[in-house]
Design a protein around this ligand. Structure first.
Ligand code: FAD
Length: 375
């Protein structure tokens, strides 16, 4: 008797959502010779984003993320720049330069434009024979499929500008409640294109004010120069426990709750979990997927929840302390890996941290939605 959710050999694979998780799942299934359909409710891949630059993190494993993607059959055909150093500012404006030998992350662009991660993945999927059914919001049949529709709720808010610039490439960030309560503000510049934003985890009603403070801060401290700027806003969903499946349907990406609760990194988790879900559907049982998802991500996610719980209580003096610690480390990437790595004391703190973070996020939802609609 086949296990529920396990397709018959060679059965078509159906996926909901053509973001990084869905497209990665589709590529894996198509490379395995399966017929694949993705149902995407919007008219284009990457429509959730605005050409904003994002960081594809490279610190949660010793292996380079691009090598990991290659092992999954994803070629780096998207524009990307390796980042080995950045300038971070504390709440008092003090500058610290963070460096690593190997890239701490890769800057990529998100959206519907040429060279974005979204469009590169789409092109690879189409070349592999995947059918993307744009404008269709559902379609997965009851015997199983992969669900990757992105965030279910919203509990963090990013507000800023995307722009053209004559600035040199660079990565700048500031940890300060005056610019981004319980979050961070950032300026990313890559090949004449930039993003400046405030990523808030509190006081959402004043989002515009924080956006402008972030802009003015980087004008003063990093020489920010914008041309043809456009405002953008986006929300994220931090869950404290991943969901691998509901009945016969496997979950991946942000829909599965695979999002760093501290700073909102989720692209790599989306790409990897999409691949794992497709493999589970093709080769193994859905129960294997639950276990492999837990083995790969649960420790990082629990640690990120504890990190968020502590971060929210630190305030400006705590942010300054974190920056001092990273700056003192000989390699920022190694420091970040240790910071995100599971540990006994963080596991012990997890139950308390989880209930506090969940309660906070539940309270935030309506305010985030209202603020997002207003920016
Ligand atoms: C402003 C902003 C900045 C970010 N910065 C970073 C960063 O620097 N680094 C990082 O790692 N992460 C970052 N993230 C998070 C990262 O973008 C997400 O983790 C990642 O996009 C999740 O991929 P996904 O495929 O799970 O979901 P998504 O990218 O949301 O894709 C889901 C797709 O499903 C479609 N869909 C939704 N509902 C349905 C439906 N019912 N039927 C059919 N289709 C549907 C959507 O239209 C969408 O195309 C950021 C997020 C935001 C909002």
């Amino acid at each position: 008797m086949p296990e529920p959710g396990r397709p018959t050999p060679g059965a078509p694979v159906e996926i909901l959502g053509a973001g990084p998780a869905g497209l990665s799942a589709a590529l894996t299934a198509a490379h395995a010779g399966r017929e694949v359909s993705i149902f995407e409710r919007r008219a284009e891949c990457g429509s959730r984003f605005h050409g904003d630059l994002q960081g594809l993190e490279n610190w949660t494993t010793p292996e380079d993320v691009l090598d990991e993607l290659a092992s999954m059959g994803i070629a780096p055909t998207f524009d990307h720049v390796a980042i080995r150093d950045g300038v971070f500012f504390g709440p008092d404006g003090r500058e610290r330069r963070l460096r690593s030998d190997r890239p701490a992350f890769y800057l990529v662009r998100r959206g519907v434009g040429a060279g974005t991660l979204d469009q590169a993945l789409k092109s690879q999927a189409l070349a592999a024979g995947v059918r993307i059914r744009f404008g269709e919001a559902s379609g997965i049949r009851s015997e199983g499929g992969i669900h990757t529709p992105g965030p279910e709720r919203c509990d963090a808010l990013d507000v800023g500008y995307v722009f053209e610039t004559d600035m040199a490439d660079g990565v700048f960030a500031v940890l300060s409640d005056r610019l981004a309560p319980k979050g961070y503000a950032y300026l990313l510049v890559c090949r004449g294109w930039g993003t400046v934003a405030s990523c808030l985890f509190d006081d959402y009603a004043n989002a515009r004010e924080y956006r402008e403070r972030a802009r003015m801060f980087f004008e003063k401290h990093a020489g920010l120069r914008m041309r043809g700027e456009r405002m953008f806003g986006g929300t994220g969903n931090m869950r404290t426990a991943p969901i691998a499946r509901r009945g016969a349907v496997l979950y991946a990406g942000e829909a599965a709750g695979l999002q760093d609760a501290l700073w909102g990194f989720g692209m790599r988790f989306a790409l990897v979990s999409g691949h794992m879900a497709a493999r589970a559907l093709i080769e193994k049982t859905p129960r294997d997927y639950e276990r492999s998802l837990r083995d790969r991500f649960a420790g990082f996610l629990r640690t990120s929840v504890v990190n968020r719980f502590i971060y929210e209580r630190m305030g400006d003096s705590g942010y300054a302390w974190i920056l001092r610690r990273i700056a003192r480390a000989s390699d920022a990437r190694d420091w970040l890996r240790r910071f995100y790595a599971p540990s006994l004391w963080k596991s012990l703190c997890f139950p308390v941290a989880r209930s506090a973070v969940e309660a906070g996020r539940r309270r935030a939802e309506a305010a985030v939605r209202a603020a997002h609609a207003a920016v």
